[in-house]
Design a protein around this ligand. Structure first.
Ligand code: HEM
Length: 395
């Protein structure tokens, strides 16, 4: 019999990982209360879900972005909810803008932004690190990358929160989410029209110029991509930087090591990604009757890949619950996905997080959490601190 687990009941972090461990020990897949999705908790099963687009569709998930109370939502037609062959074509057109050239163009900007924010945060000494640093850095970077007007950046937080709520929204939240989709459509539509008239050195212009084998992106395709990119570029990277700060506070020896040798920073961050993945799970839909780890899954079933569990699978990682930067197989975590949907922004996210710590670490002697109880974001999808009151002790 397939065991059912309630993943959404509030728990402590330790209980959540104990539950994942029990799920990994089950003979096959589990099911999730209250909505009955199948759930894969073991590393191999999660990786299969992420990479086997033939048996496990992303495109079939598009409808979840357009519930009846919402109506058309451009993000439903974005890259992440497409299957091959359309996914392959779109990805080829979009990935140009994320290549090494694009990243090199950004590096100086990210470093400058990180230095400015770190300087101001350390000067204040007691700050909410989310407000002062970990959220505003990726927000400002994605905003500049797309060539958006800095005075409009303050509205992006609400948009990204609302876009993240769609699948679990309460009726009282529906109107604000409908407004958000409309506002984003108007705002991003204007940006696209302006870049069509007058292209520049920004990513929207790059996307409009992109051409592969005689194919180009339509304005609607660029709009869908921007709907995906704006929240994706802010929320997850903010959580990576926030989680890194928490772990620097909890393991001050790594702050010491990073201060002595900044080559320690990328090693440290890779382990933060494994240990506290910002995106805790990904969904797929079975395209036919399939089997995973011996569990039969009927066609059309929703299947959930628990990345937060896969990254702690004892079959792959020794002492999985220990935080050990530089460990064996460190980079085999599934936090950026795997296969054709592997995160397009992974290079950018690593660059931002590295430059964030390179800016912060040399300026501080210690990072103290002002409360040992972290206020985590609600829900399970995105894992990271909602607020992070800290004291930064200047070097
Ligand atoms: C896809 C995680 C940062 C853009 C994904 C996927 C994951 C992920 C797990 C795969 C989803 C799936 O398989 O269904 C993360 C994490 C980040 C991060 C943990 C930060 C630490 C970014 C950034 C951007 C970005 C900064 C862009 C600026 C995308 C896009 C896709 C994607 C466009 C879709 C790729 C495709 O479907 O082919 N991300 N992401 N991500 N990510 Fe990220």
């Amino acid at each position: 019999p397939v065991q059912t687990y309630d993943l959404f009941a509030p728990t402590t972090e330790a209980e959540r990982h104990a539950r994942y461990a029990r799920m990994r020990a089950e003979p096959g897949l589990c099911r999730i209360a209250p909505f009955g999705a199948y759930a894969a908790a073991r590393y191999d099963d999660v990786r299969t879900l992420q990479k086997d687009a033939q048996r496990f569709s992303s495109e079939a998930l598009a409808t979840t972005a357009e519930p009846p109370w919402l109506g058309p939502n451009p993000v439903a037609r974005s890259l992440v909810t497409r299957d091959p062959p359309r996914h392959t074509q779109l990805r080829a057109l979009l990935s140009r803008a994320f290549g090494p050239t694009g990243m090199a163009r950004l590096e100086a900007q990210v470093r400058h932004e990180a230095q400015t924010l770190a300087e101001a945060a350390v000067h204040q000494r007691e700050v909410d690190l989310v407000d002062a640093f970990s959220f505003v850095l990726p927000r400002n970077i994605i905003g500049r990358m797309l060539g958006l007007e800095p005075s409009t950046f303050t509205g992006f937080k609400r948009w990204s929160v609302n876009m993240g709520l769609i699948t679990s929204a309460l009726p009282a939240q529906h109107q604000d989410i409908r407004d958000t989709v409309k506002e984003m459509e108007d705002y991003l539509g204007d940006v696209i029209a302006a870049r069509r008239r007058q292209p520049g050195e920004d990513m929207v212009s790059d996307l409009l110029r992109a051409e592969v084998e005689g194919q180009r992106l339509t304005d609607a395709e660029v709009l869908s991509f921007l709907f995906l990119l704006l929240p994706a570029g802010m929320e997850t990277t903010a959580q990576l930087i926030g989680n890194a700060a928490i772990l620097l506070a909890r393991f001050p020896e790594h702050l010491e090591q990073a201060r002595a040798d900044r080559a320690h920073i990328p090693r440290f961050l890779e382990e933060v990604l494994r240990y506290e993945p910002p995106a805790q799970f990904a969904f797929r839909v079975a395209t036919s009757d399939v089997e995973l780890s011996g569990t039969p899954i009927p066609a059309g079933s929703l299947v959930m890949g628990l990345v937060g569990s896969a990254n702690r699978d004892e079959r792959v990682f020794e002492q999985p619950d220990a935080f050990l930067p530089g460990r064996d197989k460190a980079s085999q975590h599934l936090s950026f996905g795997h296969g054709i949907h592997f995160c397009l922004g992974a290079q950018l996210a690593r660059l931002e997080a590295r430059l964030a710590l390179e800016a912060l670490v040399p300026r501080i002697r210690a990072l103290r959490l002002r409360s040992q109880d972290i206020e985590w974001l609600p829900g399970l999808t995105i894992h990271g601190p909602r607020t992070l009151p800290v004291e930064l002790i200047p070097a």
